[in-house]
Design a protein around this ligand. Structure first.
Ligand SMILES: *[C@@H]1O[C@H](CO)[C@@H](O)[C@H](O)[C@H]1NC(C)=O
Ligand SMILES: *[C@@H]1O[C@H](CO)[C@@H](O)[C@H](O)[C@H]1NC(C)=O
Length: 400
């Protein structure tokens, strides 16, 4: 896997690493389809927007699909939206597909609480590099009680959207391997009246973890630990027992993170039976003679609605990849996006991979920062190499 190569090279102390990724003759380009959700509108202010105020942000409107369906009058907005999603897929060329992607940020974790407690400069330049203090752990941070209640709000909102709107629950669930995301997904989707053919069995995916800085909150626990928490959840192929990506020495750049987010999306979109890379979609999508599966319920589609439980930085990265305007989420918040994916052919050729970078930190408090970086105590000037103050000790997980 590309990222493990980068991480392995990073531990050799290289400050700029560029490896050639295998050449692709096909890539997928993603776009945000606007006009369906308030979060896409430049006039919506993310800092005050409440996703629970009206249908997750779904705009009340008529759709093209309504015109082709005489029986939509008694349907809810979400029911009609789902028909529209099926309609868009049915009437798109073979190399184009649409999915509704719900992205949820984890509820507040102990690292978020610690950042507020110590202040951002001190946190970034010193405390974030420690695994915790004597009373709290922020290595692979767990949810605070506030974080648990934020996840419960998401749970209750899904429940009410089902009761009032008959919302289509996700067809597939993906989750970051960090404890705070795993537990948020668990609380959000436990005990909902999910359909039997789309149960909540998430796939744990490295590609959706938080941007990897040198902070210990970005270091994950082992696969066995995750299995012990949620024994029936699944893992993407190749998921390693130990965290091979976080180094504690170099940080993933925004460009490197976007590459990994894109790879994770490519994996999800390529798996769809009819999505990009799907081999054998019939040429006549509109259901001419000899076309067997067109019953108007999207039988030739798969996983039209996707749930991803991740992090603020990671969701910001996905939003960049899919061409959505920046939309900061508070802890526990959820954003839906209608995503259009188009497979495009590109000439073969080597693609340069983004590099990871070093960042300066202090080896003792007090630490503060200016626009140009950390300002450390005179006795402990900023350093950029070597393992941070916290060492490699992995604290004992908190039982769930
Ligand atoms: C440890 O950090 C937390 C913030 O996450 C703070 O509330 C607590 O008071 C700190 N404990 C000590 C002993 O300083
Ligand atoms: C959430 O976690 C608890 C504790 O492991 C477990 O009993 C419950 O079944 C989980 N729910 C889901 C939907 O995974």
């Amino acid at each position: 896997m590309k990222l493990s190569t980068l991480a392995a090279s990073a531990t050799l102390g290289l400050s700029a690493i560029a490896t050639a990724a295998p050449s692709h003759s096909k890539t997928i380009t993603y776009t945000t389809v606007k006009g369906y959700f308030l979060q896409d509108e430049p006039s919506t202010d993310p800092s005050t927007f409440d996703y629970t105020s009206h249908n997750f942000g779904l705009i009340d409107r008529r759709y093209d699909s309504d015109k082709h369906d005489p029986n939509t009058r008694d349907l809810t907005q979400w029911e009609r939206f789902h028909r529209e999603l099926e309609y868009l897929n049915k009437h798109s060329p073979q190399h184009v597909s649409y999915k509704l992607v719900f992205m949820g940020r984890h509820g507040e974790g102990w690292h978020n609480a610690a950042e507020s407690y110590f202040g951002t400069p001190g946190w970034n330049c010193y405390y974030s590099l420690l695994p915790g203090n004597t009373t709290h752990t922020w290595f692979d941070a767990d949810l605070t009680p506030e974080g648990v209640s934020q996840a419960s709000i998401a749970h209750t909102y899904w429940q009410s959207q089902y009761a009032e709107q008959n919302i289509h629950f996700p067809d597939a669930y993906y989750v970051s391997p960090m404890t705070r995301a795993l537990k948020t997904a668990n609380i959000t989707f436990s005990g909902l009246p999910l359909p039997l053919d789309a149960p909540f069995i998430p796939e744990v995916k490295e590609g959706f973890r938080e941007g990897m800085s040198m902070h210990t909150c970005d270091h994950r626990r082992s696969k066995s630990y995750i299995e012990s928490l949620f024994p029936w959840w699944t893992f993407e192929e190749g998921f390693t027992e130990e965290d091979e990506l976080w180094t504690g020495v170099t940080a993933e750049t925004e460009e490197a993170q976007d590459e990994r987010s894109r790879d994770a999306l490519d994996d999800i979109f390529s798996r769809s039976r009819r999505g990009p890379f799907w081999k054998s979609k019939p040429a006549d999508v509109c259901g001419g003679p000899g076309h067997d599966h067109d019953h108007g319920h999207g039988e030739d589609e798969k996983d039209l609605v996707i749930s991803i439980t991740a992090h603020s930085g990671e969701i910001a990265s996905i939003l960049r990849v899919i061409g959505h305007q920046p939309f900061g989420l508070s802890t526990g918040a959820v954003i839906p996006v209608l995503v259009r994916a188009e497979e495009v052919k590109e000439p073969d050729g080597p693609t340069a991979s983004a590099t990871w970078t070093h960042s300066a930190y202090c080896t003792a408090p007090p630490a503060t920062s200016t626009a140009s970086g950390c300002v450390c105590a005179a006795s402990a000037p900023p350093v950029t190499s070597g393992f941070p103050v916290g060492g490699t000790t992995v604290p004992t997980p908190t039982p769930f």
